[in-house]
Design a binder for this molecule. Structure first.
Ligand code: LLP
Length: 403
């Protein structure tokens, strides 16, 4: 299971730095990275952290120091990656719906470019010919992922170039001399079923015969992590074994060698993170008991946006009798973190922690209702270190031109 921040450390973090607060466990990130390396050790693999999950430069640096690569979806993510010490060769730029201007800027920085539509591919080929090899993102027409909002490889999804249009990719490659060094797909987030990864792999292997310069098979991210206490994540060892078997036999038969790339986000940083809030109000209505906390979906949007489940613990009263609550935030519209959740009885002032808050937690936060975003703290060694200051009113009006 790996190291874990215990209640006492989390309570100390809440006492020292206040709430709401994001706390991340460095050891856990390193542990997850090591797990990945171990699971895929039989295959020539590289991992590129999908940093959209959590971009604090201090977190990026943890993974840079481990030897990871990084996957970026915007030029600002690329800039953050460089700030954290990633060299261009360790950075992939995987945007969607952006114009040639962004691709041109990314080429000037020298990062790997992943192109996901035919018109840009053609423009890119006409501009660079064979001087800047690229990766092409395909849409495999596979429906997978925890919910529709995070499913990206189905036929109606905006992502990638349809596998049915592979002919067109080959035509552009031949007419412009463009070198396609990699084929990529990402079917979605929270994929437990190993068959989904294997089907994706098979598809790219089948297409590889049409791409003479292909050396990279990029299978994206999307490994499932457990959110509920009884849930299981993707079985990484089993996936690693199946993958290596299939790749090895294909490589022998085709007399070619491939590198397999992955871009995990959640797997690397979901479980390292805890979001701490304080119970302000206990309200009993005729039908419910509400715990109103000093935060809202502006700080952790996953429950309201995806109906996501995050385990919640009452850190201040861990042995009190269980009671059933709706845990709600302070935002001016329905703002429910958890419905009918059993928690150790909550008193005003108690500190509650949300688990699995590392990935897409702070990163998707906003200042809705003109509330400040929380601070972020990193636990490393024996200590805690602030890695992002709590916002204040000055941040709210920064950039506003006052009347
Ligand atoms: N690669 C690409 C091209 C992606 O679009 C994504 C995620 C990843 C890798 C990493 O996926 P992961 O390993 O984290 O599942 N905000 C949502 C998740 C959106 C994921 C978008 N793309 C959530 O909180 O569930």
């Amino acid at each position: 299971m790996g190291p874990k921040l215990n209640n006492d450390i989390l309570l100390k973090a809440a006492a020292d730095y206040g709430t709401p607060l994001y706390v991340y466990d460095k050891e856990r990130i390193v542990y997850q990275y090591q797990q990945l390396k171990q699971a895929f050790q039989k295959t020539n693999t590289r991992f590129f952290y999908a940093c959209k999950a959590l971009t604090n430069v201090n977190i990026l640096k943890v993974l840079a120091d481990e030897g990871s690569g990084i996957d970026c979806v915007s030029l600002n993510e690329v800039r953050l990656a460089m700030l954290a010490g990633f060299t261009p060769e360790r950075i992939i730029f995987t945007p969607n719906s952006v114009g040639m201007d962004e691709y041109l800027e990314a080429t000037a920085l020298g990062v790997h470019i992943n192109i996901d539509n035919l018109s840009v591919l053609e423009a890119f080929g006409n501009t660079f010919g064979n001087s800047y090899p690229v990766i092409v993102r395909l849409n495999p027409h596979i429906m997978a992922g925890g919910n529709l909002k995070i499913s990206t490889g189905h036929i109606d999804s905006k992502f990638g170039i349809s596998v049915n249009q592979a002919d067109k990719v080959v035509e552009i490659m031949e007419s412009t001399n463009l070198i396609v060094k990699g084929l990529h797909l990402h079917t979605g987030s929270e994929i437990k079923d190993l068959e989904v990864f294997m089907r994706g792999l098979e598809l790219l292997l089948t297409l590889s015969s049409r791409f003479p310069d292909l050396t990279v098979i990029d299978l994206g991210g999307g490994f499932k992590v457990p959110y509920k206490p009884d849930e299981k994540g993707t079985e990484m060892e089993a996936l690693g074994n199946r993958l290596s078997e299939r790749i090895t036999s294909f490589e022998q038969q085709a007399s070619r060698l491939f590198e397999v790339w992955f871009e995990p986000g959640k797997f690397l940083v979901s479980q390292c993170g805890y979001f701490l809030v304080k119970a302000n109000v206990i309200k009993e209505s005729p039908s419910r008991v509400f715990v109103g906390v000093n935060s809202g979906f502006n700080h952790l949007i996953r429950p309201m946006f995806y109906d996501a489940y995050h385990e919640i613990k009452n850190l201040s009263n861990p042995y009190a009798t269980l009671k059933t609550y709706n845990v709600v935030g302070n935002i001016c519209e329905t703002d429910t973190f958890a419905w009918d959740r059993d928690l150790n009885e909550v008193q005003p002032g108690d500190v509650l922690s949300f688990s699995n808050a590392g990935a897409y937690g702070f990163e998707m936060s906003s200042r809705f209702n003109s509330r400040c975003r929380p601070a972020e703290v990193l636990a490393e060694g024996d200590g805690l270190r602030v890695i992002r200051k709590r916002e204040n009113f000055d941040d709210i009006i920064a950039g506003v031109v006052l009347p």
